[in-house]
Design a protein around this ligand. Structure first.
Ligand code: NA7
Length: 523
């Protein structure tokens, strides 16, 4: 966004809480942190030079490599000189007289800007559960979502890991390899699929480059922003043998393709979903030697794919180690944290030296609300969103003129490949700002009716799927008190792009466009 606005001649100020670029990839430095999307499409596409100058080492790069890539891009485009690092936005208020945003930072600075663009990520406000006794714990506490920069030595430690989402699943094998003992506290069993990571050879990279145009076309045509051939068949219209053959084939290839390219009705039909859930369950039971452990790991309690699907390297295999065990806390939750460990509701005690929280995020809305934004009439965004986030096209909330969100709630970002969604938002927002500049428009504001219609459509479309059945962060259900509202446009990034382009073509239909001159003429 910064690069595009600078190219277009806008004056910018950019604030970043961290001391460096990278966002989620800056903070999530836990052992095993790795991308679940393949490197050749989990990257920027806006510059052929940038793409050709960077060489990915493997199919799913680890956090340090992705952070290296983001630093490479920022340096290559000389972006860092225009970013105020180590600076948090503490408040933002729309000034109706001047059509400007007044932004305050923790450094005590106040900045006026015509536009306010949030690009604060979807998984950047860590969720730190308030478990009774947490402050009394005498050992060390770490959060995967804000991991220290220095290497942590877990050797000789009894480690407790809370959380079995993507982060918990990724760090489990690494903690197990180092710690004396690892106890994984699992509230909801997950359906993890092997990543099948591998190094990329020069020949593989060359092939990706030769096919770039074709892959890019597929990526943009896909609802999930990944260059996959979409499944045409229902899981229920093939024979059990053909279904198993398809699952076997895709399981061998690993990664998101297993979930997203096998059958077309897995997230809309419970019976179809059962087939993939049973398949993954059988794989877990085949892998994990102790039947009781396998049963805990198969206690899914939600349809497959209705929480963010994890992929892993040796997750289930790790439970065959002598120093690893899993404890179900679904019906027997953590009662308290004591100085020397964790005690469950049934009084079962686990003595620990270290607790690692892989408990996720106040996703999508948390970081936006933490900025204390106020729109027209001084309305707080937190109040406007107290029954769930609302924003027309997931881009701009009514009552908050000249505010745009990159990957905001109601956009497709959390269900799709992030770079594709980010670039779509950046292009749309930049074009809108140019349109305003060229036409003497000072203010753009989403209208309440189209915003309502957008929220209604999201709920209706989400309800046609199985996604609302899970207590997922997609639904805001992981945070106590957070409204249970589906947080994404559910029909995919391709359909979303078509709608956004159409809105722009129709002169930003659904938005009010105002200019000071017009207002003066009327008065
Ligand atoms: P997730 O996917 O939100 O996973 C968090 C995990 O922590 C999940 O297993 C939760 O169980 C568990 N959790 C959360 N709060 C608690 C409490 N209070 N007690 C016990 N267990 C708890 O976060 P991740 O960091 O793994 O992944 C986030 C995204 O980052 C990921 O999807 C990628 O997009 C990258 P639950 O399922 O809620 O029962």
């Amino acid at each position: 966004m910064l690069h595009r606005l600078r190219e277009l001649g806008f004056t910018t100020r950019m604030f970043e809480a961290a001391d460096g670029v990278g966002g989620a990839w800056y903070w999530n430095r836990y052992p095993g942190a790795r991308c679940d999307s393949e490197s050749h499409y989990y990257c920027y596409s806006f510059s052929d030079e940038v793409r050709k100058e960077w060489k990915w080492s493997c199919r799913y790069p680890a956090q340090p490599e992705i952070l290296g890539y983001l630093n490479f891009v920022a340096d290559r485009l000389d972006l860092k000189k225009d970013i105020d690092f180590g600076t948090r936005v503490t408040a933002g208020t729309f000034d109706e007289d001047t059509h400007d945003w007044v932004v305050e930072t923790n450094g005590g600075e106040t900045v006026r800007a015509r536009f306010l663009i949030t690009a604060v990520g979807n998984t950047s406000a860590p969720s730190k559960p308030a478990i009774q006794g947490l402050d009394d714990f005498a050992g060390k506490i770490y959060y995967t979502a804000s991991w220290p920069h220095e290497k942590i030595d877990f050797s000789g430690q009894r480690v407790g890991l809370i959380g079995t989402g993507s982060s918990g699943i990724q760090c489990t094998p690494h903690l197990a390899a180092e710690a004396d003992r690892l106890t994984v506290f699992q509230r909801t069993a997950n359906y993890s699929v092997p990543a099948r990571n591998h190094l990329l050879t020069d020949a593989m990279r060359l092939e990706q480059e030769e096919k770039h145009q074709d892959l890019r076309r597929k990526t943009l045509a896909s609802p999930i922003g990944m260059p996959f051939d979409l499944p045409q068949l229902s899981a229920l219209e093939v024979s059990a043998e053909d279904r198993k053959r398809r699952y076997d084939e895709l399981w061998a290839g690993g990664g998101f393709r297993f979930m997203f390219t096998s059958f077309n009705d897995l997230t809309v039909d419970l019976k179809a979903n059962d087939t993939i859930a049973e398949y993954i369950g059988a794989k877990i039971r085949d892998t994990v030697r102790d039947p009781a452990t396998a049963e805990v790991l198969c206690d899914f309690n939600h349809p497959a794919g209705t929480k963010r699907p994890p992929i892993d390297t040796d997750y289930y295999e790790t439970f065959n180690r002598d120093n690893v065990n899993v404890v179900s806390i679904r019906t027997n939750p953590i009662r308290e944290i004591m100085a020397d460990g964790i005690i469950l509701q049934d009084n079962e005690r686990y003595e620990l030296d270290t607790i690692v929280f892989a408990t996720g995020f106040d996703a999508v809305t948390g970081s936006i609300l933490n900025m204390n934004l106020r729109g027209k009439g001084g309305e707080a965004l937190r109040d406007k969103w107290d029954r769930g986030p609302r924003a027309y096209l997931g881009l701009s909330p009514a009552g908050f003129p000249n505010m745009f969100m990159v990957t905001g709630p109601g956009s497709p970002s959390i269900l799709a490949n992030f770079p594709v969604c980010i670039e779509q938002h950046v292009d749309w927002i930049a074009e809108c700002m140019v349109h305003m500049r060229e036409n003497g428009i000072d203010e753009i504001e989403a209208l309440p009716e189209p915003e309502d219609a957008w929220a209604k459509m999201i709920a209706e479309e989400a309800n046609k799927t199985l996604l609302p059945l899970a207590n997922s962060w997609y639904m805001g259900a992981n945070i106590p008190g957070k409204p249970r509202v589906f947080l994404a446009y559910p029909s995919g990034v391709h359909a979303y792009t078509v709608i956004c382009d159409d809105v722009a073509k129709r002169g930003y239909e659904g938005f009010a466009l105002r200019s000071r001159k017009m207002a003066e003429a009327v008065s």
